[in-house]
Ligand binder design. Sequence first.
Ligand code: CDP
Length: 218
Amino acid sequence: MGFKLAIDGPAASGKSTISAKLAKKLGWNHIDTGSMYRAVTLVALEKGINLEDESSYSFVKDLDIKYEKEKIFVNGKDVTKAIREPIVNENVSLVSSFPSVRKELVALQQKAAQHGDVIVDGRDIGTVVMPNADLKIFLIASVDERTKRRYLDFINAGKEVDLSKVKTDLEIRDQKDSTRKESPLIKASDAILLDTTDMSIEETIKSIIKLINNKRGE
Ligand code: CDP
């Protein structure tokens, strides 16, 4: 079966960075579910469909999403950078609010998480995708700290962005993700809250490894 670790939390709380580094360190699989919702959003934008119309997302079931060496490919095309563009950030919460889109992606995620030790990160992992996970972590950080982190992501990717716009975008996305009807962003009752506002990546990884070891020793 393997150890199943669920990591959820708001935008730019560090889920994907922490999960990727932790998976590398432990030699576990990592499933970044946010990248799947981003990929669907990118394809929807490229197709020029009416983003508000749930029935125009029938293409999702035929999408070929693959991960290779920290890159994501959709229908054979490398979209690793494109899915992080501001235009995708602005539309992904709408796209991920549709039950039929979620149904397709959750099925893919559950299948991918079936075997071995795995870290799955997202918004509904502890509540919907892996309700029986061995360990659930809800990762948070103050909105100013998260803004700083996401701003630096953009700068490091060579993009000029406005700090206050980054903050507003995060707040809007959190609001949409937390209040949607279908699988909202919410801490599972049995998840452990980890506030990383004043923690480095290394410190966060260390405390998660401790939590894993505690669980294993139970
Ligand atoms: O990296 P960041 O926290 O900015 O976002 P992400 O994890 O890549 O997720 C992007 C968006 O996908 C979120 O804002 C949600 O709208 C959606 N999402 C979701 O609905 N359910 C998930 N399990 C993961 C992401």
